[in-house]
Every structure is written in structure tokens, then in C-alpha cells.
Design a protein around this ligand. Structure first.
Ligand SMILES: [Zn+2]
Ligand SMILES: [Zn+2]
Length: 134
């Protein structure tokens, strides 16, 4: 089975992801903008049993406007978020695509929170789903 390894910038935290991701998306929401420091975020999701996180992480829980919680796990040394889980996607672990540092990673199929999209950002192709779901 395909195995991919995501790491933080300093390399002390790793997430080993087994199998193909069940969802790959970009998100334009304001929280993702702040988390990544970028204009939008790109992430992939696997069933939680297929992701193994190692290294010293810190955890931060954010309560969204909807009341749903999101739990972010990031390197205690360099601060990169390596995995996170959101209550709206139970049983799935999300990993920022950039943590794989792999330009051949499967492309996103969904683009969400587009009402927060910066007007200059790229438009994904017609085969990409657009929705307001996170
Ligand atoms: Zn690190
Ligand atoms: Zn978002």
C-alpha cells in the first residue's frame, strides 16, 4: 500500500499515512488562512487508523462559530501543524498537503469556503467540486 510521510519543518514530528487519501481539498476559510499563513489551505484526509503521528506535539482546540471543535496537532519546536481533526468530519485525520513536500501529491477535488477566497487566487478546474462545507 502507498505510504506517505508528512513532517513538520524541523523534521521532529512525522505522520505516516497509509493508503490513498479519501478526500483532498483546498479551503479558503479565515481560520485556514491564519493557520497556514497563506491565502488558502490544501489538505488531505485519511481514516484516523491509517495515520500514525510520532514526535513531540502540542495540541490546540478551536471552537468554530458552529460550536464544532477542531483539534490541531503541531510540532512543539517549530510550530508546523502536522495533523488535525474536525468534528464535522468524524473519524478522519487531516494532513496539510504541504507537509509532504511532494509536488506529485494527488490534486484537490474540492474547493470550500470560496466566499472567503482572495480574488487573485487560482481557479481550480471544472472537475473540482465547490461547496461551503469545510
Ligand atoms: Zn518541527
Ligand atoms: Zn478552512
Amino acid at each position: 500500500m502507498q505510504e506517505r510521510v508528512a513532517t513538520c519543518r524541523c523534521g521532529r514530528v512525522q505522520a505516516v499515512c497509509v493508503g490513498e487519501p479519501v478526500r483532498v481539498s483546498v479551503c479558503h476559510c479565515l481560520d485556514c488562512q491564519r493557520r497556514t499563513g497563506s491565502a488558502f489551505a490544501a489538505q488531505a484526509r485519511w481514516p484516523e487508523a491509517q495515520v500514525t503521528l510520532s514526535g513531540v506535539t502540542k495540541t490546540w482546540v478551536r471552537v468554530a462559530d458552529s460550536g464544532r471543535k477542531a483539534t490541531y496537532r503541531f510540532c512543539a519546536d517549530c510550530g508546523s501543524t502536522v495533523t488535525y481533526e474536525v468534528e464535522s468530519w468524524p473519524g478522519l485525520t487531516a494532513v496539510p498537503i504541504g507537509a509532504f513536500a511532494d509536488p506529485t501529491f494527488p490534486p484537490p477535488k474540492f474547493s470550500v469556503y470560496e466566499h472567503r477566497k482572495h480574488p487573485w487566487t487560482m481557479v481550480l478546474g471544472d472537475d473540482v467540486g465547490h461547496s461551503s462545507l469545510h
